[in-house]
Write a new protein. Sequence first.
Length: 432
Amino acid sequence: MNQLFDVPPGGRRIAAACAAVILVAAVATEGADTGSVPLAAAWTVSGGLLLAAVAVRRDRFGAVAAAGVLASCLVTLVTTRVAARPDTTFGLAETSALLLVVVRAARLRPPLRAAALAGGALVALTVILLRLPPSEYEPLVPFVVPALWFAAALATVLGLYLRLLDRYRAQEHQAGLQAQRLEYARELHDFVGHHVTAIIAQTKAVRYATAAGRPPSPEELDGMLAAVEEAGSQAMQSMRAMVAVLRDPGGPAATAGPGGELADLRALTGRFSATGPATALTLDPRLTAAALPPGVAATVHQVVRESLTNVRRHARGAGAVTVDVRLAGDTACPSVLVSVTDDGPEAAGSGGAPADGAVGGPSARGAGAARCGYGLVGLAERAAMMGGTVTAGPRPGVGWLVEARIPLPGPLPAPGDDRRHGDGRTTATLEP
């Protein structure tokens, strides 16, 4: 059905022009029934103005509608003063246009102006029967005039309903824009927080090394400053991109997310490994070969990015980080399983695995994360929006685990080889 009405702009203009020609021809035909050329021209002008009032832009509607209503009343007055009268019609097309003017006035104009226009249209509808010969008044007026009043009342109700519907749609649109801006603000927090954490880690490393009597060599200091400069530049780029989206949510940047392809995770883990622990990325090739829904890919990126930020912030003694993204579940209802683990000593001694659905744990790192921000809480909320779950907590023995399961809306297409049921994953280890 949508494809049936999916007409290109050129076709719409042609259809509108054809409809306008047909309606004006109908008005002119009714005017010709008077048998007088000047009167037929007057009928055509008044009816054309009312039809134009129905079609013009809303900022011009008031003036055109007022001119049409006034012209209709004047044509009726002139018709009553001449001998030429129509034999079969009093202007059905013009009457319909007057009712549509009432609808549009109630929908678009302020209350006082809408009442004035609707009142003028009602007067024009009431006296339009005077265009007929006087012999037709007695059989038609007692039935047609109440019918026209009732139709005008229905038109007013319809216009008010459309007015309320427009207001509801406008409020819904504003609420959607506000929600979109909040989502972009969260993305901005995640982007900038990731890069600023790297800057803080580098500066703390220089301070601690200097305080311990082992200041870095000029070459090491230059490398650290280069890493700080790169992280700051990336943070500024992220801020500029997101602020541009916040200023114009409907612009082209509005569709840009934190990484539309899972293959971009290699760049993310590479940047992290350059200034932090060695990072091993395991990425299921079936996921990179298929086109994932944008929401799923963005959620996977957010889970990995926030987890790496937490490792840099809270697991200062971590020597290795493992990022694993794989396809899990059966073929009919698959899901993306994301796990980020580290060997940081802060969680040691807790001895417990992460509880299902939890976003924290009893360890020192869990308490610190809870005090510092809402990263894990935001991950859980984002995953819940996609129908998934996030678990976070200490691993048995040593380290920390963040695991997310994001269901896919349907079966994932196979890459075309025999690895449908095999592991077939690729591993890349990035050294600092």
